[in-house]
Design a protein around this ligand. Structure first.
Ligand code: UTP
Length: 290
């Protein structure tokens, strides 16, 4: 079955990035010249996804507006003969079919995904977290969709992290598969206490999930932090069907975290065709203390 839809949850409170996120959704904070969320939507478009489902909440309507047609702005830019800029803005609103559902309370990532169940329906779907960026030659979503064509089962993207950081992530345990960069998942645990797992395979914000996850999410009781944890539902899913962990090729940034956000701006800035060289010179000067 083809994966046609991507759920992008953007309903979180963004408390790690206060005060910046007091009135601005963290997904709209800018990485070089466009908001984080635009990179993610562009990634799924470049990977062949046909529909994006935003899971939004109160105070996040600016995200939907960013991908909408802005009649007033378009008219002003035409009047000022700023044709290229006008086209660029209209291209954003033509990127992909976007649907929004509302998560009424921030009850966790698992609950946010469950909120999208009626729009997803009975088919496998992608999940991309609205604050997780992956810089890569082949879009991370495309790498995972290619693997899905082979395995036809749920996939979580992972990266190896230092042992003393595993408590910050959902951690998977599993055996190496015959395919490159792929593991068969046997167990997973959300934010493990020290000494409870030897694995350093941390789940990042990209998943392909089978629709059975929705029925499982319905039965999950709040876990770590009083939230409905996706990891708990994933663990239950592994008991019913196979699940794979995929070591994606690229660099991942948690743009919902202050340090991750700064690193992302530097990495994307250095790769920017017209700004990169100048930024590198500037960074050298800063490091040299000029
Ligand atoms: P995070 O844990 O990074 O988001 O969730 P958060 O809760 O906004 O962050 P902090 O910890 O308070 O800073 C990962 C993704 O899941 C979404 C977030 O918007 C983010 O894209 N999310 C999280 C929801 O949509 N709903 C929730 O209830 C929780």
């Amino acid at each position: 079955m083809k994966v046609r839809k991507a759920v992008i949850p953007v309903a979180g409170l963004g408390t790690r990035f206060l005060p910046a996120t007091k009135s601005i959704p963290k997904e709209l904070l800018t990485i070089v010249d466009r908001p984080t969320i635009q990179y993610i939507v562009e990634e799924v478009v470049a990977s062949g996804i046909e529909q994006v489902i935003f899971v939004t909440s109160e105070g996040k309507s600016a995200i939907e507006n960013h991908f909408d047609y802005n009649f007033h702005l378009d008219a002003v830019l035409k009047e000022k003969k700023k044709v290229v800029l006008g086209e660029e803005l209209n291209n954003i609103s033509n990127l992909i079919d976007i649907v929004s559902v509302r998560q009424k309370k921030p009850l966790g990532l698992g609950h946010a995904i469950w909120t999208a169940r009626h729009v997803v329906g009975n088919e496998p779907f992608m999940v991309c977290l609205g604050d997780d960026l992956v810089l890569s030659k082949i879009p991370c979503a495309k790498q995972m969709l290619d693997l899905f064509e082979e395995v036809g089962e749920s996939i979580v993207a992972i990266q190896h992290v230092p042992q003393n950081e595993t408590f910050q992530y959902g951690i998977v345990e599993g055996e190496k598969d015959t395919r490159d960069h792929t593991f068969k998942v046997s167990r997973m645990v959300e934010k493990p206490s020290p000494g409870t797992t030897d694995s350093d395979m941390a789940i990042i914000g990209r998943y392909i999930l089978m629709p059975e996850i929705f029925a499982i999410l319905e039965t999950i009781t709040p876990g770590h932090g009083g939230e409905i944890q996706l990891t708990d539902a994933l663990l239950a899913l592994t008991k019913k069907r196979a699940m794979y962990a995929y070591e994606f090729q690229g660099i991942r940034f948690d743009a919902g975290d202050k340090m991750g956000y700064l690193k992302a701006n530097i990495a994307y800035g250095l790769r920017h065709p017209s700004l990169g060289k100048q930024l590198l010179e500037h960074l050298k000067e800063v490091v040299a203390g000029k």
